[in-house]
Design a protein around this ligand. Structure first.
Ligand code: 13P
Length: 396
């Protein structure tokens, strides 16, 4: 704790010590004559990890690369495995995750991989840690730290995201284990409101999470997912997204979060999944970039979109459309479903299909890498990759 040095004649009203990272306004007074409020410039927030956080975030936001989200909870991973007839055992989850992290050449297109806790502490069948496999490819290991969604009492049947209790000690342990960035996914539902309560809760939770992560060396991904559910048009999504992001940034600032050391994971601005009026990639790009330019400071290094139930090709086309002209931030992907769907289909749980499944992952990763550079064309894409994956009320 640093004591605060005051200039002549000024003193804090009470004897106070402040956290060294504090950056704010204190009320001070002359002993005489009249009390007066003065702004005192304290040292700008100076967390021990600041330099590393900035480096981590900017290396993940590097040209032509994006994030592989492979952080499905055990329950959600079970659904993935079930779709190809496999039981949800630890051995099957390990085999699947091993396939992903050992894909040769993956580091050319993927800069970060988000893991579930089990995978962060897991080894491959030949005894290498999953973390080492990623590092060997220049892929930064990340960790999902939220504890999932539960009903938000007093709201319109909306949710809030748990996980702040004990987060400081958990993130410190994850850092020791090799994680360098984190993810916290909360959701906002358009058909259920969203109520001001749900938006405030989502934004405040994200800001507290981000601050705690930065204090422990993890660059936080800030993800308020605006769900695709609903029959609303794209203008309504834009309006809600603007409301959500303005509150998120307000609370991030209030919590002294270092913007250069975070990444965002927004939903693209699209019509609701059940809206009859569909939008072209150019319209999605126009709306999404308009929203981001209005709400996101250029200090943020990277915007890493979620796919949210779009088809693999749709998610890639939309990203490509957003990179047709320069943006203030790196605009890229952090897809789970839109990177993994064809991989699972190619694998089918068979050891002899591992190579084909890894090739399928490279195809998707490369396509999205090209889209990050604005150079993707959907020519030659498989019909299967064009099928949507939207699931109503999807949980992650
Ligand atoms: P999807 O790309 O499947 O929407 O997953 C996003 C996500 O939040 C995973 O981190």
């Amino acid at each position: 704790m640093a004591a605060v040095g005051m200039s002549t004649g000024l003193a804090l009203k009470q004897s106070t010590t402040l956290k060294s990272g504090f950056c704010g306004t204190a009320v001070v007074s002359h002993s005489a004559p009249a009390p007066k409020a003065t702004n005192v410039a304290f040292a700008v927030r100076a967390g021990g990890y600041d330099e590393e956080l900035v480096k981590t975030a900017s290396s993940i936001a590097s040209k032509g690369r994006g994030i592989l989200a492979m952080d499905e909870s055990n329950a959600t991973c079970g659904k993935r495995l079930d779709s190809i007839g496999l039981d949800n055992t630890e051995a099957n989850r390990q085999a699947y995750r091993q396939l992903l992290v050992t894909t040769p050449g993956l580091g050319e297109y993927i800069s970060g991989a988000i893991l579930f806790e089990e995978t962060l502490y897991q080894s491959t069948t030949d005894g290498r840690t999953m973390v080492d496999c990623l590092n060997a490819q220049g892929i930064v290991p990340g960790i999902k730290v939220d504890k999932g969604l539960v009903p938000l009492t007093g709201s319109n049947d909306e949710s809030w995201c748990q996980g702040l209790d004990g987060l400081a000690s958990r993130t410190a342990a994850y850092y020791k284990q090799g994680a360098r960035f984190a993810k916290w996914r909360t959701v906002v539902s358009i058909p259920n409101g969203p109520t001001e309560l749900a938006i405030t809760e989502a934004a405040w939770g994200l800001a507290r999470y981000a601050s705690i992560c930065q204090d422990n060396g993890l660059a936080p991904i800030v993800e308020p997912e605006i769900l695709l559910d609903g029959d609303h048009g794209i203008d309504r999504t834009l309006e809600v997204a603007e409301r959500v992001w303005s509150k998120v940034f307000y609370f991030l600032a209030e919590n002294n979060v270092l913007f250069e050391g975070i990444l965002l994971k927004p939903s693209m601005v699209t019509p609701g999944a059940e809206c009859s009026q569909r939008a072209t990639p150019e319209q999605v790009a126009e709306y999404t970039l308009k929203m981001l330019k209005r709400r996101v400071p250029p200090a943020v290094p990277g915007i890493m979109f979620l796919s949210g139930g779009q088809s693999e090709v749709e998610a890639t086309l939309n990203l490509n459309a957003m990179n047709q002209s320069p943006n203030p931030w790196h605009v890229s992907f952090s897809y789970a479903r839109a990177l993994q769907n064809s991989v699972l289909k190619a694998w089918q749980g068979q050891p002899e299909n591992v190579e084909a499944a890894q090739k399928a992952l490279l195809v998707r990763a490369k396509a999205n890498s090209l889209a990050q550079l604005g150079k993707y064309s959907a020519e030659g894409e498989a019909e299967e990759a064009k099928q949507g994956m939207f699931v109503k009320g999807y949980t992650y």
